[in-house]
Design a protein. Structure first.
Length: 471
């Protein structure tokens, strides 16, 4: 079984493992499978990696399908790399996500746990995102069927859509995407049709040539729509004509920006978007709080479930109106502002200065007078002088990126020894690692998974930690 180019035949799929890979066992070996399979399918698997105790590969042939399988709803399913679990009933998706949280906390964290609360599912399983980024490419990804229909030749044609997984230079041309409500498809298709009709050049990531690079669309629950067109270089005549055509075709758009990016990468954090139409930002609401979102601002991608996630966080914090709350990785201040009415004081800390500027403005917009925000590293900021001035935290809320907290920060939390920590995570595996380090001082009191991204394997998890009484 350890030979290369091995195909395992008639493998019964039995479950799911981390990162959304299906799971099977054969001859005492664990097989991780990609390729749109669900438990109950029987498939042939071509192995990519083949070790002594485990292997991973891709399903290349289905002998029979699970009776739990449901029809996919998107024409791009299986190619674009998003919404990989469309073929699974949503109730079953939630079941596996809940299992994923428990498995990580037990196997990685090796923690003594309370019973995990039932996962909070999303009321919106399509059209739930508030932001999407599309990529222009002069070389569209073509399926095998499209290549066969062209007599085996691969024609070069432009595309506006999503990067195909593991192919940095190929973009799948997207017709209809179900991740956002309209008019997102109208906006994207309008720009592509205009660009093709007027022979505007799409970017070539290999040669670093071409004009049109990226398109970012944000649609808020307030109804505001923000569009940021990223171009390689200034071409005022074509830029004005294209953006005017877009505004005329989609008058619901409330603000349009453009960003010139001559760099070799697609990031715009160090660039300055320029406002073409409207106020240059959008406004979003969580409960009664209003947040200004600029073209470079981070905000929870699913507004509906973001509100649910923050309510869990606020509930776990158990605030009575007197507590000093430290909000770490506070970003634009959304969690800190969300809990501010129940807190005595909120101290937000974030490494990115621009995010802190947004946080301060958002606090002012919402007339929040008991919140202060500071730019810098928590490990450096939280010294004796800082605590003497702002007070020791009664509750710490931490919401780190997928990589989790740096070990220095974990050690700092152990040093601070706040009575409560509410740990919000978008990656239960790294959360479990951090909880294991905090275990010397804290016990896990509550665990609440929240599904932010239906039809994907991604899962958010909120954990309440309380300081041990004997410490």
């Amino acid at each position: 079984m350890r030979k290369k180019n091995v195909v395992l035949e008639k493998v019964p799929v039995s479950g799911y493992a981390a990162e959304g890979k299906a799971l099977a066992r054969q001859e005492g070996k664990v097989i991780f499978i990609e390729g749109g399979v669900i438990p109950g399918d029987v498939v042939d698997v071509r192995l990519g990696k083949n070790k002594k105790d485990w292997a991973e590969g891709k399903a290349i042939h289905f002998h029979s399908y699970s009776d739990k399988r449901v029809p996919s709803f998107c024409e791009h399913f299986g190619v674009c790399g998003g919404c990989k679990w469309q073929m699974m009933p949503y109730s079953l998706q939630l079941e596996y996500k809940q299992q994923q949280v428990t498995d990580h906390l037990q196997r990685i964290g090796k923690l003594k746990l309370p019973e995990t609360s039932p996962i909070m599912g999303s009321a919106h399983t399509v059209h739930y995102r508030n932001k999407l980024e599309f990529t222009f490419s002069n070389k569209a990804y073509l399926t095998n069927e499209e290549i066969k229909a062209n007599n085996g030749e691969i024609p070069v044609k432009p595309a506006l859509g999503f990067h195909v997984p593991k192919l940095f230079d190929k973009v799948l041309d997207i017709n209809t995407c179900y991740l956002m409500q309209e008019p997102v498809n109208l906006i994207r298709n309008t720009i592509r049709e205009y660009a093709l009709r007027h022979e505007l050049s799409f970017y070539d990531i290999r040669s670093q040539e071409g004009w049109l690079r990226n398109l970012v669309v944000r649609l808020c629950t307030t109804g505001e729509i923000m569009v940021n067109l990223v171009i390689h270089h200034e071409d005022k005549a074509n830029r004005v004509a294209l953006l005017d055509h877009l505004l005329k075709t989609v008058p619901a758009i409330t603000t349009v920006l453009y960003t010139i990016n001559p760099k070799k990468n697609d990031s715009i954090f160090d660039l300055e978007p320029k406002t073409y139409s409207g106020k240059g930002y959008a406004e979003e609401k969580l409960e009664d709080f209003v947040f200004k979102i600029g073209p470079k601002s981070f905000f929870q991608t699913n507004t509906y479930q973001g509100e649910a996630l923050y309510r869990v966080t606020r509930e776990f914090a158990g605030l009575t109106g007197t507590e000093t709350v430290y909000d770490l990785y506070c970003g634009t201040g959304s969690i800190g502002i969300f809990v501010s009415k129940q807190a005595g004081k909120v101290i937000g800390i974030e490494l990115i200065k621009e995010a802190i500027d947004d946080a301060k403005e958002n606090a002012a917009r919402n007339n929040i007078s008991n919140a202060e925000f500071f730019a810098g590293d928590v490990v450096d900021i939280c010294n004796d002088a800082f605590f003497a001035h702002h007070g020791q935290p009664d509750v710490i809320i931490t919401d780190p990126p997928r990589a989790g907290m740096h070990e220095k920060l974990v050690n700092k939390l152990l040093e601070i020894a706040a009575p409560k920590i509410v740990y919000v995570s978008c990656n239960p595996a790294t959360q479990a690692r951090d909880l294991a380090l905090l275990d010397e001082l804290y016990t896990v009191e509550k665990v609440q998974p929240v599904d932010m991204f239906p039809h994907t394997h991604h899962i958010e998890n909120v954990v309440l930690l309380k300081k041990r009484v004997n410490n």
